[in-house]
Write a protein that binds this ligand. Structure first.
Ligand code: FES
Length: 102
């Protein structure tokens, strides 16, 4: 089931917006104009990813430096080896609607 998580205007390039959802904390950011939604929990040791540095399409976990692609979820640097979840995003009437079951 899709959920409205934010207003489109709240999501900015170079920033991570997080929100509580029924499946846990989800992060939103804007990459080259497109809004991406991804799991906010690092697969290495469960640390939150928000607060981590953004480098291009990747976020760096602030705890031990693992990196994840925010569009695909792929873990691109150790110590994480498993991907994070990413979720499809649609914009409806200026609201960011995320399919948390995809
Ligand atoms: S918790 Fe993210 S790299 Fe360890």
């Amino acid at each position: 089931m899709a959920e409205k998580l934010a207003s489109e205007s709240e999501i900015k390039e170079g920033e991570v917006f997080t929100c509580n959802t029924r499946i846990g904390r989800v992060a939103l950011t804007r990459l080259n104009g497109k809004i991406c939604a991804f799991e906010n929990t690092c697969t290495h040791d469960g640390g939150p990813l928000n607060g981590g540095k953004l480098e291009g399409s990747e976020i760096v976990c602030p705890r031990h430096g693992a990196r994840f692609n925010m569009e695909t979820g792929e873990a691109t640097r150790m110590p994480a080896t498993e991907s994070i979840e990413v979720y499809p995003v649609q914009i409806e009437d200026g609201q960011v609607v995320v399919d948390l079951d995809a």
